[in-house]
Write a protein that binds this ligand. Sequence first.
Ligand code: HEC
Length: 114
Amino acid sequence: MKHVAICFLLLPLLALAVETDEATGLIKSPGWEQVRIHCGGCHSHALVTSQRADRQTWLDMIRWMQATQNLWHFEPATEAAILDYLAENYPPVPNRRRAPIPASLMPKAAKPLQ
Ligand code: HEC
């Protein structure tokens, strides 16, 4: 009985957890199927899920792929759904870079050749 009660207490927490699609790794939230359809044909979806950017930068990447990589053009509504999804679920993260290495741990500067 106690376990049943605990299950009911934890259920709402499960609902809060982000659900991802097993095959693609995409977060399942509105628009994800458009991204699954349009963004996995040339490279892994992992290239998408490992990127972080704001809406404009996502758009810049799409335009770059359209201009140079043969990415097709989208209906405006499809493009908006894709951009909303990407900006919402894969937004920029401050400080994704590692901290700089302290100068004391860096190799000594090389001497120029004589
Ligand atoms: C027609 C082929 C094609 C499709 C479809 C495609 N891409 Fe790409 N994309 C590429 C190519 C080619 C590269 C460069 C791959 C590389 O550098 O290894 C790339 C690179 C990327 C990168 C890495 C960019 C960077 O600066 O590191 C991201 C992110 C990306 N694509 C996202 C997407 C998204 C989002 C979609 C769907 C809207 C998409 N791609 C659909 C061809 C495509």
